[in-house]
Design a protein around this ligand. Structure first.
Ligand code: HEM
Ligand code: NAG
Ligand code: NAG
Length: 555
């Protein structure tokens, strides 16, 4: 047998073995799923399989062209199918069903009481840590630990996200939004929305996380000099390449024979680490000198873990680095992508811009942005908050997954009580519960921020409005329970400040293509949001640059 024949035989037999093994696992999981007694759907390949994830959408779009290509395989066998599907699967199969894959069974839940129960029973339904392990690059952190270790870290970290820090977030966001608007307003056509909102959120994080304030620089204003030494530059490289770093590991990336691009990524990791070490040492010194310091997250972490060390165990230096990285990781694209979606939606909805403007004019009047006040103005900007809520309702950035780990768990779902086997993924169907007509009415799929607002019952003043109160468990973009997002308020303050800064005096429109009315340009933007959004690491617009925008000052 020649070498190529040998290779072919090996390839064929290992593929056959893999397929056979998959089918055995699939069958075993199917038997297990049957015991739960809820509707079942079977898909032949795990949608979380890393190799499949790279090619899933391409292969399925070929499959769809085949005559029999419109089954469950093409509809559900890809990562991110939940967003396109919205509530359809739950309409067909009820509040709970199991999707069987060769690797694991995935139980999808769309019932508010059952969801809250899962969130509250943190140790019954822990986070599947294997998915998050890759976030350990700079040290163990809140997102990558469970149990006692998590509880102890969370206690310390909760004290850092405090009102003093929110005030920093507010004033930095207002000022950066002002600069960003200045840049956008000076351009005939803004194509760099996604890039600029990332810069914006990166800079908010460097101020509120490290005490480092940077001036906003638009997409075309950035210098292209290759100084990878500054913190913001290296963090940007680290975040842009985080999947790569996590996949290959920093040890591997340090190899001198790797291509230039990869070595640059490694350099960035090193300089980010050095930067954190320097700030950490500075903070420790400032702390022991008892000089009053800023309330940025790093300072508070050092302070809190020092205070904690007098009573019980505190964070180690590595844990501090790990957490600082995770704040940056968790707080960067989440708010940037959400801002991008919101601005696109606003560009398509001029009446919502006018509605926002009425509130902004009423609350902020003619005061200059640096006079806008976190304590008195932020809580009154209900309509700005509603724009955030409505955007994360439809485009929830962070997918949450729980699982049963080693033990079977009993869960009440509506009238039924089910037993969920060990090692089952338990998935809050946020894309479904956020749009189910039962909770959101017939126009659930429309982006309509005013659904969040009601007139205050106690006042006659036309601007005394409130955010509606909802049943717990029907709106879960920041998750719920003890393990919910500690940066929730941070992101709300950041977002509202940005929207206020952008829309107080300006408005935004899509640029019309040749022969197109403004109306149809707006319809095109809505179409782009709908068709062009997908889950990369988070849910995001893939090509917002395809709908350039223009900013104009209000008359
Ligand atoms: C629109 C903005 C944001 C959304 C929708 C969001 C959503 C979430 C969700 C759903 C989780 C839980 C993930 C899970 O259980 O698997 C989470 C966790 C977390 N978020 Fe956020 N987040 C946002 C912004 C931020 C910001 C700005 C920060 C920090 C500055 C932050 C820091 C964190 C951290 C540290 C965790 C891990 C908490 C833990 O495991 O105990 N997030 N976030
Ligand atoms: C395909 O999905 C539907 C619901 O969407 C379900 O009722 C049916 O059982 C599934 N079929 C298979 C073979 O999984
Ligand atoms: C980082 O900051 C420096 C100096 O303030 C600036 O020149 C550079 O463009 C910034 N880089 C990014 C990615 O924002």
């Amino acid at each position: 047998m020649s070498l190529s024949q040998l290779l072919l035989v090996t390839l064929l037999s290992s593929t056959t073995a893999w397929v056979a093994y998959s089918w055995i696992c699939l069958f075993r999981n199917y038997i297990e799923a049957r015991k739960v007694g809820v509707p079942i759907r079977v898909i032949p390949i795990s949608h979380g399989n890393p190799f499949w994830m790279v090619v899933d959408r391409k292969i399925l779009s070929l499959f769809k062209k085949l005559p029999f290509g419109n089954g469950n395989f093409t509809r559900y066998n890809w990562r991110g199918w939940e967003i396109e599907d919205r509530y359809r699967s739950h309409l067909e199969m009820g509040d709970v069903y199991v999707q069987v894959t060769p690797e694991k069974n995935w139980l999808y839940l769309c019932n508010p009481e059952a969801l809250m129960d899962v969130f509250r029973r943190r140790s019954d339904f822990p986070r599947p840590l294997q998915i998050y392990e890759m976030l350990n690059i700079f040290g163990p952190n809140l997102a990558t630990v469970e149990g006692y270790q998590w509880k102890q870290q969370r206690k310390i970290i909760a004290t850092c996200f405090n009102e003093q820090n929110n005030e920093i977030v507010w004033s930095e966001s207002v000022s950066l939004a002002h600069d960003m608007l200045h840049y956008w307003g000076s351009k005939e056509s803004v194509k760099s929305l996604a890039d600029d909102t990332r810069t914006f959120s990166l800079h908010v994080l460097s101020r509120a996380g490290f005490g480092k304030s940077y001036k906003f620089q638009g997409h075309d204003e950035k210098s292209t000099t290759n100084t990878e030494t500054s913190y913001n530059e290296s963090l940007k490289v680290v975040l842009d390449n985080c999947v790569l770093i996590m996949a290959l590991g920093t040890n591997f990336l340090s190899k001198p024979w790797l291509p230039r691009r990869l070595r640059r990524v490694y350099q960035a990791c090193i300089s980010f680490q050095n930067y954190m070490t320097k700030v950490y040492e500075d903070e420790k010194r400032t702390f022991s000198d008892k000089r009053s310091t800023d309330s940025n997250l790093m300072t508070s972490l050092v302070r809190a873990s020092h205070e904690e060390s007098l009573t019980s165990e505190s964070l180690t230096e590595k844990e501090i680095y790990g957490n600082v990285f995770v704040f940056n990781f968790a707080g960067h694209d989440t708010t940037a992508h959400t801002l991008t979606f919101a601005i696109m939606f606003l560009a398509a909805n001029p009446t919502v811009q006018d509605w926002l403007f009425d509130e902004l004019y009423h609350v902020l009047g003619d005061r200059q942005p640096n006079d806008w006040n976190y304590n008195t103005d932020f809580p009154r900007l209900k309509r700005c908050t509603a724009v955030l809520m409505e955007t994360v309702r439809l485009y929830t950035p962070v997918p949450v997954a729980k699982w049963t780990e080693k033990h079977a768990q009993i869960l009440k779902v509506g009238e039924n009580t089910i037993t969920i086997p060990p090692a089952t993924m338990v998935i809050p169907s946020y894309a479904a519960i956020h749009t189910h007509p039962k909770y959101w009415g017939p126009d659930a799929l429309a982006w309509r921020p005013s659904r969040w607002i009601k007139k205050s019952s106690i006042s006659l003043n036309s601007f005394d409005e409130e955010i509606i109160s909802l049943q717990r468990g029907v709106f879960i973009p920041w998750s719920e329970g003890e393990r919910s997002c500690p940066g929730k308020k941070f992101s709300q303050v950041e977002f509202v400040a940005a929207i206020a800064g952008l829309f107080r005096e300006w408005r935004v429109d899509p640029i019309q293509q040749r022969g197109e009315t403004l109306e149809s340009a707006r319809a095109r933007v809505l179409e782009l949001i709908d068709k062009d959004s997908a889950q990369v690491l988070l849910l995001q617009m893939l090509h917002p640059e395809r709908a350039p925008l223009i900013w104009r000052r209000r008359q």
